[in-house]
Design a protein around this ligand. Structure first.
Ligand code: SDX
Length: 377
């Protein structure tokens, strides 16, 4: 028998179609339902992009107003979710808090339990669940940071749109429009990226006809890893270790000598640069100027130019987003939960698409263990 061609990590393997986004490494581009992500980030509120991912079209004024009203209805942190978060040890990683909160929201959904034969839910039910998670995650992430700082929960404000309200609930200050715009752009850039590890995890779970919440909880688990969503947090740990631009060369000498991965660089699909980085870097530059922190840009540029020169491996979205979130005032441990709040839109769009495909995902494996044998005696 000829040896099968094993594709470790499914690298380069096309396993299905999707109409949600197109990642094109040849043109270094990313389209959400046909729109270049750069255009969406420059012109749309995140709410409109969430609507686009779910419905396939940007909302008109009336549709956006109705969507915003629904999102506002589900912003407040539910008492049982706050209780569940408070049960998570404050020393635990915030991704464990987010995972626990989503799991409880799912367990509390009267239509998601019961017989496994109807756990999957209808597209309409799953769209409603998606909007509720989209609306609820900011309060979950904001409260997580505040409780780790020993601060009290801040209630949402109905006079603020999604991004401004997210910042209000986290910091309790009137958010500056410059910061709101940079944050809004980051959420749009993080929202969707075809069959990345966490999205594919959500699709595998959905392919068994399990429920949307189980798929999102699984995706949160996948995103936590530093090779995936955890990289934005890891970038700040690296910045903290290096300290300032003049330390980059010796630090990189040691890191590469120890064959360490430099978080925030490289990508499984993009090999000549991540299409989203220029837009996020521009947002970072705006924040560097707004907060008058030129040393952040100096360190960013020094590490990028040195690593690219040595390895020819380019930054991914996590590289500019980490320093940006740090400048805004988010704790480093809050960075990947922010990624969850954005990516829940892409994950749930894929859950709805996969549920419609009704095709169990179950690849093969090539056995390389001991030969067949039998119990003696
Ligand atoms: C995200 O898939 C998505 O779309 C993900 C994402 C999304 O929006 O969902 O874009 C978000 O997860 C971005 C990636 C965040 N992760 C990191 O920044 C972690 C650091 N990056 C690497 O671990 C790596 O680049 C991966 C995991 C992202 C991609 O790795 P690949 O495609 O599997 O490539 P590889 O690990 O096989 O690397 C090929 C070579 C290796 O050298 P050799 O062993 O062949 O000598 O390049 C080297 C690697 O060692 N390499 C790196 C490196 N990335 C690749 N060396 C040092 N530092 C790095 N960052």
């Amino acid at each position: 028998m000829t040896e099968p061609d094993i594709k470790k990590g499914l690298a380069g393997v096309v396993v299905d179609t999707t109409a949600i986004s197109k990642v094109n490494p040849e043109t270094n581009s990313l389209l959400y339902r046909g729109y270049p992500v750069q255009e969406l980030a420059a012109t749309q509120p995140f709410e409109a992009v969430a609507y686009l991912l779910w419905h396939g079209e940007l909302p008109d004024a009336a549709q956006l107003a109705a969507f915003r009203a629904t999102e506002r209805e589900h912003r407040a942190l539910a008492d049982n979710v706050k209780t569940a978060i408070d049960l998570v040890p404050v020393e635990a990683h915030p991704m464990d808090e987010v995972r626990t909160a989503v799991s409880l929201i799912g367990a509390s959904d009267p239509n998601a339990g019961g017989s496994v034969l109807d756990a999957g839910g209808s597209p309409e039910q799953n769209l409603e669940r998606s909007i509720r998670l989209f609306a609820a995650l900011p309060a979950i992430v904001a409260y997580g940071q505040r409780r780790r700082r020993g601060e009290q929960l801040i209630e949402p404000r109905d006079d603020l749109d999604y991004s401004a309200n997210f910042l209000w609930m986290t910091f309790g200050e009137e958010p500056d429009p410059v910061v709101v715009d940079a944050f809004n752009r980051s959420m749009i850039l993080y929202a969707e990226h075809s069959f990345n590890a966490s999205t594919f995890t959500a699709r595998v779970i959905t392919s068994t006809l399990s429920d949307l919440y189980s798929a999102v909880v699984g995706a949160i688990g996948a995103l936590k890893g530093p090779l995936h969503g955890g990289a934005n947090e890891a970038v700040l740990h690296i910045f903290d270790k290096i300290g300032e631009a003049s330390n980059v060369v010796p630090w990189l000498d040691d890191a590469l000598a120890e064959k360490r991965k430099i978080m925030g660089f490289g990508h499984r699909v993009y090999k000549s640069g991540d299409s989203r980085v220029p837009t996020m870097k521009a947002a970072l530059d705006t924040l560097v100027e707004h907060y008058d922190r030129p040393e952040v840009a100096e360190l960013y540029d020094a590490l990028e130019s040195e690593f690219v020169a040595r390895k020819g491996i380019y930054p991914n979205l996590d590289y500019p987003s980490g320093p940006a979130y740090n400048l805004i005032g988010f704790d480093t441990l809050t960075f990947t939960p922010l990624f969850v709040a954005a990516r829940v839109t892409g994950w749930t769009a894929h859950v709805i698409e996969q549920a419609g495909a009704n095709a169990l995902i179950r690849p093969l494996s090539l056995y390389d263990g001991v030969d067949e044998r039998h119990i003696e005696g």
